[in-house]
Write a protein that binds this ligand. Structure first.
Ligand code: ACM
Ligand code: ZN
Length: 764
């Protein structure tokens, strides 16, 4: 408990003074806040909201509904601008900016525009007690606000979240619930991924099979992983919701769903009231199996399906396919009023294009040399069509390859293509930052996810002032292959989306992570009232493997959310509500494997962690002659899914590396075995942090120290080993099939990073 108290003390210091702890915590951090002494209490019985123009009526109604539910008061909206809460708009100043004043006269929100008023409402919500978010009337006698004067405006115009509704489908109500939470944090773009290989989710009247057939599937391998995880992790949020399952004519169960055009209009209107623009993504020419499998003549050959990684794409050589795309977009334009629309354009497997007579003919007639240029030709064709309809095309950063069009906006997702930002902005095009690390919300949230998001610099110094101005903003992306339910969706999105919100909104001078983190703690109860099944903060105080060398070791566990309940087992079973409760540090005298699990106050079981404590005698160093600096790295052509099979795969090449890393020229199907010796400077317990994407393992002295194996996104696992000063044999195995990352940090017993030396036999 000591650590939790210490953390709160740090929070108070970060907030400047103890009294500040009483003040509401506003996320994202406003530009300027001036608290005054005194409070204003809403009248009981009836509340009046006055709006100064008819344009603000939707905002006033939105606020009225928000207040009526928890307060149980009658909330009236008046057009004369008079009331306890007054909304007005200047039509001047930075888009989305607002002023909010609470004083003896009540609340006045003055927006620079409609969205500014909405942003002011989001701040007002956060000035009220958390109970304002309750879904039913709450017996709070006094709805009191502190006197305050806030002047605020966003740093970036684009503060977005993407939700993939293809891999798993989310109902109209679920999408609206998400929009409600996003509006609370001033997120103003909802990027709606509506089509992909696994399901077409938007009704297109000219092509009804897209949803009649393409909206449904028999359970796929992603569904089965989810169902397995529901059992293995004792977590019902991995189950496929019953309302997304139907029985087809053959008596088989099918998963799916789609939005009718009326429902799309409803969601777009709902978002608009909340100041959120909706950007539809219709992914083409790749990621389109749900379309090409249901209509003939859209792909190069009749045979469609999955290759090793991606699906067969649409055929840009066929006029029928171009017409199909334009027909679909024409209906989409009718539903989505916002200027920006998203064509996808990512991860196209161009193998078929090389063999397709239509594609090759198209390349010849337009003098295109590469298949990438053929995709660019398609993009430019679509871009012209978009422009003719007054739209601006967004594409994933692959659209840069083969030639970027003049009016396209690039959405950067491939962290491993870091030049995308400079290439795009130096070409004069706009740019949205959503590199997969750290912006992919489907990746497991680890201890550093929030700080990595928060620390991201959307305007690095290698950009000129003109180029910096082309950065529209930032966005969190939630892909849903393994996110089948509303609860899991909320779990993956929050609290990370709060960090995205603050990164996109806060002035860099105001945005300090420590301060954000302290405010975040206060938001957990608010999120709970909203029904957001957010991810509890990591349990901390240990590594995956912990070593002690004396008679006894101390087990200490912390959680930054003071409301979390921590339970544990030592018999390998998953902790449940009856398992032993952790109440403070305790000692052990032998090897022990723990499973710790946190529980939210509503009883929801959160993630669990397996942690082992090992009693070790420091291993002796060894003497080896004729070594040279560096480790040996052997690259195997490997397509397997764990480190065990690498050795048996054919060898592509051997390299000397300066540490644990992927040699520069190693690409594609990577199976890597790195061997040699690690030299540590003194006797002690060393800590090894091994990050990889996909899997890796680390052995020292032939003993497994970090097991980070299996297919996964970037993940760091930390283990310990007690060693005497000198040389110790080391072996790292690693595999990946697309990009990949591998990194090892070593720390001494004081937690200081050590620049260890590596030795091996030279590779010629
Ligand atoms: C993407 O993640 N393929 C955009
Ligand atoms: Zn073709």
């Amino acid at each position: 408990m000591k650590t939790i108290r210490t953390f709160f003390t740090l929070c108070l210091l970060a907030l400047g003074m103890v009294a500040a702890a009483q003040q509401p915590a506003i996320i994202p951090v406003p530009s300027s806040v001036s608290w005054a002494s005194g409070t204003y209490t809403l009248p009981s019985g009836q509340i009046t909201i006055g709006c100064s123009s008819a344009q603000l009526h939707p905002a006033a109604d939105y606020l009225a509904a928000m207040l009526a539910r928890p307060t149980g008061c009658q909330v009236k909206v008046k057009n004369n601008g008079k009331g306890r809460i007054r909304l007005s708009m200047t039509g001047q100043g930075a888009a989305g900016g607002y002023r909010l004043r609470v004083d003896a006269q009540g609340v006045a929100i003055t927006g620079n525009d409609y969205r500014g008023v909405i942003n002011g409402i989001a701040t007002l919500r956060q000035l009220f007690p958390d109970d304002i978010e309750s879904r039913q009337a709450v017996d709070v006698r006094r709805w009191t606000l502190p006197y305050v004067n806030i002047t605020d405006q966003p740093r970036f115009e684009w503060r977005g979240m993407e939700l993939d509704c293809s891999r798993h489908f989310f109902s109209v109500d679920e999408v609206k619930e998400l929009l409600d939470v996003l509006a609370l944090y001033k997120i103003d773009k909802f990027h709606w991924h509506l089509t992909d290989d696994q399901g077409w989710r938007i009704e297109i009247k000219k092509y009804p099979l897209l949803t009649q057939r393409g909206g449904w599937r028999t359970f796929n391998n992603q569904d089965s992983v989810c169902m397995r995880r529901a059992v293995a992790e004792d977590n019902p949020d991995f189950n496929l919701p019953a309302d997304k399952i139907r029985t087809n004519g053959q008596g088989q169960q099918e998963y799916g769903g789609f939005y009718t055009q009326a429902q799309v209009r409803d969601i777009v209107a709902y978002a608009k009231i909340r100041g959120i623009d909706v950007i539809p993504e219709i992914d083409m020419p790749g990621h389109s199996l749900a379309a090409i499998a249901n209509y003939d003549g859209l792909s190069c050959f009749p045979q469609t399906g999955w290759g090793t990684v991606f699906t067969t794409p649409m055929c840009p050589g066929k006029d029928k396919m171009l017409q199909f795309c334009k027909d679909v977009w024409s209906e989409v334009f009718d539903l989505f009023p916002y200027e920006y629309v998203h064509i996808g354009g990512d991860e196209v497997d161009m193998k078929n294009w090389k063999q397709c007579p239509d594609c090759q003919k198209r390349m010849e007639s337009h003098r295109l040399k590469t298949e990438s240029q053929l995709q660019s030709w398609f993009n430019h064709e679509m871009e012209r069509f978009f422009n003719q309809h007054g739209r601006t095309m967004i594409g994933w950063d692959e659209i840069i390859e083969g030639g970027l069009g003049a009016t396209s906006t690039v959405m950067w997702w491939r962290t491993w293509a870091p030049n995308a930002m400079k290439q795009t902005t130096s070409h004069g095009n706009k740019f949205i930052c959503t590199p997969n690390v750290p912006f992919y919300l489907d990746y497991d949230e680890g201890g550093k996810s929030l700080i990595n998001l928060y620390a991201f610099n959307p305007q690095p110094d290698n950009l000129t002032t003109t180029e910096k101005a082309l950065i529209l903003g930032v966005q969190g992306n939630l892909w849903t292959e393994w996110v089948p339910s509303r609860n899991r969706m909320m779990y993956m999105a929050f609290p990370r989306m709060l960090a995205v919100a603050e990164l996109g909104w806060g002035k860099p001078a105001n945005a300090k992570f420590e301060d954000f983190n302290c405010r975040l703690i206060k938001h957990y109860t608010r999120l709970q009232k909203l029904g957001v099944t957010y991810r509890l903060p990591d349990l901390t105080g240990f590594h995956t493997t912990n070593v002690f060398t004396g008679d006894r070791g101390t087990v200490s566990v912390n959680c930054q959310d003071p409301q979390a309940v921590i339970r544990y087992t030592t018999d390998g079973t998953l902790p449940n509500e009856h398992s032993k409760r952790y109440t403070g540090p305790f000692e052990i005298d032998r090897n022990t494997d723990f499973i710790f699990r946190s529980f939210a106050t509503d009883g929801r079981k959160d993630a669990f962690v397996k942690v082992s404590y090992r009693k070790e005698t420091p291993s002796e160093a060894i003497e080896v002659a004729d070594l040279s600096e560096g480790l040996s790295a052997e690259w195997h052509e490997y397509t397997g899914a764990d480190c065990a099979g690498i050795e048996a795969a054919p060898v592509n090449g051997c390299y000397t590396v300066n540490g644990v890393m992927i040699p520069d020229s190693v690409k594609g199907n990577i199976g890597l075995i790195i061997t040699g010796y690690i030299q540590v400077p003194e006797d002690g317990i060393y800590t090894f942090a091994l990050l990889s994407d996909d899997g890796s393992t680390l052995k020292i002295d032939h003993q497994m120290v970090v097991d980070n194996d299996g297919e996964h996104s970037p993940r760091e696992i930390i283990g310990q080993h007690a060693m005497k000063a000198g040389l110790h044999p080391i072996e790292v195995k690693f595999f990946d099939h697309n990009g990949g990352q591998l990194r090892l940090h070593v720390y001494n017993a004081q937690g200081k990073e050590v620049q260890v030396k590596y030795w091996g036999t030279p590779q010629l």
